[in-house]
Design a protein. Structure first.
Length: 294
């Protein structure tokens, strides 16, 4: 189209002729990739790297009919962090439900990678409305010798989303036996509303988000015991506000997030979102990012 505009300016090509040029057809198959670095990996308001940087990337395949498949990876530390404890001392992970189990000498848990696989169907209708349905598997390859009162973190969710222009409402529901290591957690859900608003012609974009994570109220006595807590102590709301800017083909971002996650159960000892280093992995977070799509 830029070439057509030049031709119009230089050779007086009529606007009627210019309008007959059709845009290139949408390819039947397309494959794209992305690679990025973040100052810390924050997922649904929770730090997955205890405030440390992460390298992330993925590949997506899209068919012109709307069906898609993809995979995405990031380094993490929340599962391995449990080994920071001392023998018989309560230690925890940066994930719900994976906390409070004693460290056992000679046993270890380690998972330094999150590897996601997903697929679904996305299409549009009416005027600038979209919908998206699919399934995602969060896979954590590693060693799991000391599971204690929690479970292996691999998680499967189904999701559905509806969007209008720059606004998207999405609902995700866990269908695996455990959700991110939480015992008795099948059916855990996450509902989020996200806005991606372009700021005129500046190249800047505004991001605003609110999400609600809910777990069933099952007692999960194997974990909570007599602490006075249940799986509702893993429920929380998270918020995010950020700016993005595309510059020389790279996408830069800066965002603040907050999750009102509980530190512990009422006994003050059985941890909810407090990790092995005594830090709540929700609460206030600031994330800087740079990524490239290709």
């Amino acid at each position: 189209m830029k070439g057509i505009a030049i031709a119009v300016a230089l050779f007086g090509v009529s606007s009627a002729f210019a309008q007959t040029v059709s845009p290139a057809p949408t390819p039947e198959h397309s494959v794209t990739g992305n690679l990025g670095v973040v100052s810390q990996y924050v997922f649904r308001g929770l730090s997955q790297t205890d405030g440390k940087p992460a390298v992330q990337g993925g590949i997506d395949y899209v068919h012109s009919s709307g069906f898609y498949l993809g995979t995405w990876l990031s380094n993490i530390s929340w599962f391995t962090d449990q080994n920071a404890g001392v023998k018989n001392a309560p230690v925890s992970l940066a994930s719900p439900g994976s906390v409070g189990a004693p460290y056992t000498a000679g046993a270890s848990n380690s998972a330094s990678l999150e590897w996601d696989f997903y697929g679904g169907y996305k299409s549009s209708f009416a005027d600038e409305w979209t919908y998206d349905v699919g399934l995602i598997r969060y896979y954590y390859p590693g060693r799991f010798d000391n599971l204690g009162a929690y479970r292996q973190p691999d998680t499967t969710e189904v999701y559905g989303a509806i969007g209008y222009k720059w606004l998207t409402l999405k609902y995700s529901r866990g269908i695996s036996t455990y959700t991110f290591g939480v015992n008795e957690s099948r059916g855990a859900s996450y509902l989020d509303l996200t806005a991606q608003i372009p700021l005129g012609e500046s190249g800047f974009g505004l991001q605003a988000h609110i999400g609600r994570q809910n777990y069933s109220g099952n007692a999960n006595t194997g974990y909570w015991g007599a602490s006075g807590g249940n799986n509702n102590y893993f429920d929380y709301t998270d918020y995010r506000l950020g700016l993005t800017k595309e510059y020389y083909g790279f996408n830069f971002g800066l965002a603040w997030s907050y999750a009102n996650t509980r530190h512990t159960a009422p006994d003050g000892n059985t941890t909810a979102y407090m990790n092995a280093f005594g830090r709540n992995i929700g609460r206030d977070r600031v994330v800087a990012s740079v990524s490239k799509s290709f």
